[in-house]
Design a binder for this molecule. Structure first.
Ligand SMILES: Nc1nc2c(c(=O)[nH]1)N[C@H]1C(S)=C(S)[C@@H](COP(=O)(O)O)O[C@H]1N2
Ligand SMILES: [Mo]
Length: 253
């Protein structure tokens, strides 16, 4: 690399770090996940602030070799169309059944909120974008782990395509069941945070979130929302369920 290019890339790096630092400080001041007056919940904010301060924002989770891949159970919702599922959503379940019966040809991922170019993307659109494949360890809050290979579009690439506005603070993920969750911009822009359409070299199976799921490799299993239908970029924190139901919004591993 010539000196000029080195200087340029170092500047770009410093610019990148400075803006991440801004996000970091913003995260520490007014935008904290709510504690609902529960003293134990204060631990969530402690963990969040500590991890955000101590860990490099872009540090990668460990990646494995193909030979490390294990079997993986499909847990939580394994088919959003099933009325007896724990997180069954009537409207989402019906929509999902129709889309699945047509091989997800008519499925679209909607992206809107604080973005310049809201839009919707087909699976073919996503597969045309520059992708990433990673072999990572999934850790479920119930105590089991599994290693699998995931292929998809980095969320960062997607957010660059739609152009996030400076007001953007959180990215929400909405599914065909009742599950929804959100990430701050540090995890949203992390290189291993991907919208996965492939698992172990094949299309994502229904049980694991077809046609598209989130992979968040530095947080616990429930943050990797399956069966995505909509991504919504916001300027405010909303509790979409995990805190209300007793789980931490930020659960770093
Ligand atoms: N939409 C949706 N996403 C979800 C869940 C769910 O029930 N519904 N379960 C979560 C939990 S607790 C885990 S451990 C993983 C499980 O992913 P898997 O079914 O591919 O093993 O998905 C997460 N994402
Ligand atoms: Mo889980």
């Amino acid at each position: 690399m010539s000196n000029d290019r080195l200087l340029l890339s170092r500047r770009a790096l410093i610019g990148g770090l400075a803006s991440t630092g801004g996000l970091l400080l913003a995260g520490c001041s007014d935008q904290q996940p709510p504690t609902y007056g529960n003293i134990l919940r204060m631990g969530d904010n402690l963990t969040y602030n500590l991890q955000r301060t101590l860990l490099s924002p872009m540090a990668l989770a460990r990646e494995f070799d193909r030979s490390d891949i294990t079997s993986m159970p499909a847990t939580g919702t394994y088919d959003p169309a099933r009325e007896d599922g724990d997180f069954y959503d009537r409207r989402g379940g019906k929509d999902y059944a129709i889309l699945r019966n047509r091989g997800f040809d008519h499925w679209r991922l909607q992206i809107d909120g604080h973005v310049e170019r809201p839009g919707s993307y087909s699976l073919a659109d996503l597969k045309r974008m520059a992708g990433r494949t990673q072999i990572t360890k999934h850790m479920c809050e119930e105590g089991w782990t599994a290693i699998a290979e995931w292929t998809g579009v980095p969320l960062r690439t997607m957010l660059e395509a739609v152009g996030i506005r400076p007001s953007a603070r959180f990215v929400e993920f909405h599914a065909f069941d009742q599950i929804a969750d959100s990430l701050d911009m540090i995890d949203a822009l992390h290189p291993q945070t991907i919208l996965a359409y492939g698992m172990n070299g094949r299309d994502l199976p229904i049980g694991h979130g077809a046609p598209l799921r989130l992979r968040v490799e530095r947080q616990i299993g429930y943050k990797s929302v399956k069966f995505l239908r909509r991504i919504f970029v916001t300027d405010v924190f909303r509790d979409l369920g995990d805190i209300r139901s007793g789980w931490a919004w930020y659960n770093g591993i």
